[in-house]
Design a protein around this ligand. Structure first.
Ligand code: 1GP
Length: 252
């Protein structure tokens, strides 16, 4: 439970952290060394690997590369039960608690459980909440669920509270990869105020100003994915912002 301890310790100390999402379908093998160096140089805290729909065979290669060439914890962020790789450090064992699709609330988890157990992966029980981002994302389409409206902080807060009461250990609020609008600060604030769990926030954070808004609203872990492929400097800019926030909070 090493990775869970990192999340919990950061939360207890008020330290913000940064995760880079690598979608095996988006990151080509040839680009991987550069991408990983960029992550190391910018002191990325976690690498998440996965996607709503992975059509390539790159997942295990990606995990192996990250594990052999860095010390950054490599955490699976699976869209379904086939995205499991024993070489990662941990798996976000997600239940899509914002949706009402039983397959993603418990079905895929039942299929995955024996495989995850045998793999020896550290399990991170995570309440996964999709929030509407202005237009349909792969996550909302593939999961066949309705995301929480971005202007309904009460629904988001109640959902996170229920997840915490059910014993989940992390909340991941996601506007979906490439989201038009990131999650609104009001929604982040409401969830932060009403749940004591480490709060991971991602989706559509493609500009430092959006990262800053999410941090100020209470995100503990920022996830950037798509935006880094379009703007190589984004990781540096967001990382500096996270460091600066930590310095201001005096937790570095
Ligand atoms: C999506 O939260 C992640 O699941 C990251 O989203 O690719 O838009 O940064 P982006």
């Amino acid at each position: 439970n090493r990775t869970q301890q990192i999340f919990d310790r950061n939360l207890a100390e008020g330290r913000k952290s940064l995760a880079l999402l690598l979608d095996p379908d988006d990151v080509e093998a040839a680009a991987l060394p550069g991408v990983l160096n960029n992550a190391i140089e910018n002191k990325v805290d976690f690498i998440f690997v996965g996607g709503s729909l992975v059509t390539s065979d790159n997942l295990s290669e990606l995990v192996r590369f990250v594990k052999s060439n860095s010390n950054i914890p490599c955490i699976l962020f699976p869209g379904n039960a086939i995205q499991i790789d024993a070489n990662a450090d941990a798996i976000l064992f997600l239940s899509l608690i914002s949706g009402r699709n039983p397959e993603l609330l418990i079905g895929q988890q039942v299929v995955a459980a024996p495989i995850v157990k045998r793999s020896g992966l550290e399990v991170l029980p995570t309440g996964y909440m999709l929030v509407n981002s202005g237009r349909p994302t792969s996550a909302s389409y593939v999961s066949n669920t309705q995301p929480i409206p971005n202007d309904k902080p009460g629904i988001a807060a109640s959902t996170a509270m229920a997840g915490e009461m059910l014993g989940l250990k992390l909340i991941y609020m996601d506007a979906g990869s490439g989201a038009q609008d990131p999650i609104s600060p009001r929604v982040i604030r409401a969830v932060k105020k009403n749940s004591g769990l480490p709060l991971i926030v991602g989706g559509g954070i493609n500009h430092p100003a959006k990262a800053k808004e999410a941090l100020l609203a209470g995100a503990d872990v920022l996830v950037v994915g798509n935006g880094v492929q379009k703007n190589l400097n984004l990781l540096t800019e967001v990382s500096e912002l996270v460091q600066l926030t930590n310095e201001t909070l005096n937790v570095n």
